[in-house]
Design a binder for this molecule. Structure first.
Ligand SMILES: CC(C)(COP(=O)(O)OP(=O)(O)OC[C@H]1O[C@@H](n2cnc3c(N)ncnc32)[C@H](O)[C@@H]1OP(=O)(O)O)[C@@H](O)C(=O)NCCC(=O)NCCS
Length: 203
């Protein structure tokens, strides 16, 4: 596979595009206060310039094969609906951290569950992860529902620094390992390779 992937990952209702600088406007447009309040590092109503900078940092991490960042597009109308990322942990490169958000006009249709499944499969495959975890504020029930639908289980709680609110927040964390994900939540059209190249990356 070429890096970063030039073609999108095709889901049944959405497709996942590797993030690009030209996505900044569409992403900024759907990052509203009702979404931002649940996220540690996305301020509400960001400027296009701020999102462009963020995407530029994401692209560096993608090139270094440390992170994956996707713009999620609704297949039916080619509309940008969401953002999903999987990033290697700074302390353990076998652990990935999943983050996701969905524009409020597009919720309740199953888009995020499908997008997260594909993003996690790509994380296990291309970042060579053994475990993927995600955290959310205890009141964020729709987020925990997504985590459970993709095979994750509660592992505990941690304090997370919420940069956009300049405070620590208590979050509950869920995780799933590669084999459990493969058994319970792998998208039907995806196969995780067990083989590794000499540099340790999945084929
Ligand atoms: C967390 C978040 C992504 C969940 O969004 P969501 O729309 O509930 O999740 P999905 O897109 O997977 O949709 C699932 C819902 O669609 C429903 N649905 C409707 N049609 C569907 C279909 N054809 N297929 C699958 N599900 C469908 C499901 O039943 C489910 O609703 P339910 O939980 O009431 O049963 C969204 O609330 C969000 O972005 N919140 C703010 C940011 C955030 O919290 N991020 C997580 C922290 S990392």
């Amino acid at each position: 596979m070429t890096w970063p992937p030039a073609k999108p990952i095709e889901g049944s209702s959405i497709r996942l595009w590797c993030i690009s600088l030209k996505d900044a406007r569409a992403i900024a447009d759907i990052m509203t206060p009702d979404i931002s309040r649940w996220l540690a590092s996305w301020p509400a109503n960001p400027t296009v310039e701020a999102v462009t900078e963020r995407i530029s940092r994401a692209q560096t991490a993608i090139q270094q094969k440390r992170e994956l960042h996707f713009r999620i597009e609704e297949r039916e109308r080619n509309l940008t609906v969401a953002y999903v990322s999987v990033a290697q942990s700074a302390t353990d490169c076998k652990v990935g951290h999943l983050s996701y958000w969905l524009g409020s006009a597009f919720q309740g249709r199953g888009y995020m569950t499908e997008a997260v499944r594909h993003a996690m499969a790509a994380g296990f495959q291309y970042l060579d992860l053994e475990t993927i975890e995600a955290g959310a504020q205890p009141e964020n029930l729709t987020s925990f529902a997504v985590m459970r639908r993709v095979g994750m289980n509660l592992i505990g709680e941690r304090l997370v620094w919420a940069d956009s609110r300049q405070r620590n927040e208590r979050c509950l964390f869920y995780s799933v390992d590669r084999s459990a994900f493969q058994r319970s939540a792998l998208p039907e059209n995806v196969k995780l390779s067990q083989d590794r190249t000499s540099d340790g990356n999945a084929l």
